[in-house]
Design a protein. Structure first.
Length: 186
């Protein structure tokens, strides 16, 4: 009897596994765009940050997704910025003022619902864990083909306990909302 139950359990596991697809991290990417504001915003820079996806999966049967980013591997790109300034922006981003990557290494999104809105356009709802806090988030995703997805959303830093950086007495500051764009390949 135990052998039969084991065989049935293994068969059920294999059947559901065919619907779970690992994210191809080598061909997937996530970019965060950080914008400036304030009276002297013209004297500051907008930033583009590479947020490499380190793992995740998509279940095409249950329409569920899980995506993880290692905050310690996020990288300020800004190729036109002098390297010293870019290094300072990088240190601020992963430091205790913003991501605090030493204490909160993992950024994770887990879907709770995916609804088709129009053919290959989906409304994805789930829980985003960032900076040690988990909050609901909803965004649009387009299924480009069977193995490629594209989406974008805005994330409010202060909702996750992050105070946007302010300099020059607040006359230059980072906008609270950052834009997250992603291309997911399976």
């Amino acid at each position: 009897m135990i052998i039969i139950l084991s065989a049935l359990t293994m068969a059920a596991g294999q059947a559901s596994d065919k619907h779970v697809h690992a994210i191809d991290v080598a061909h997937s990417k996530m970019t965060v765009s950080v914008y400036k504001e304030g009276i002297f915003a013209f004297a500051a820079d907008n930033h583009e940050v590479n947020a490499p996806i380190v793992s995740g999966w998509f279940n095409d049967e249950s329409k569920a997704v899980d995506v993880r980013v290692d905050a310690t591997k996020m990288q300020v790109l800004d190729p036109k910025m002098p390297s010293g300034r870019r290094a300072q922006v990088q240190a601020n981003m992963i430091g205790p003022q913003v991501l605090d990557a030493v204490h909160y290494t993992l950024i994770e999104f887990r879907s709770t619902a995916i609804a088709t809105t129009d053919g290959n356009n989906w409304k994805v709802t789930g829980e985003l864990t960032l900076h040690g806090q988990t909050h609901p988030i909803t965004f649009a995703v387009t299924r480009v083909d069977a193995t490629h997805f594209h989406g974008t959303t805005m994330v409010r830093q202060s909702a996750f306990g992050i105070s946007p950086i302010r300099i020059a007495g607040g006359t230059v500051r980072v906008k609270d909302d950052v834009k997250v764009e992603f291309e997911i390949a399976l």
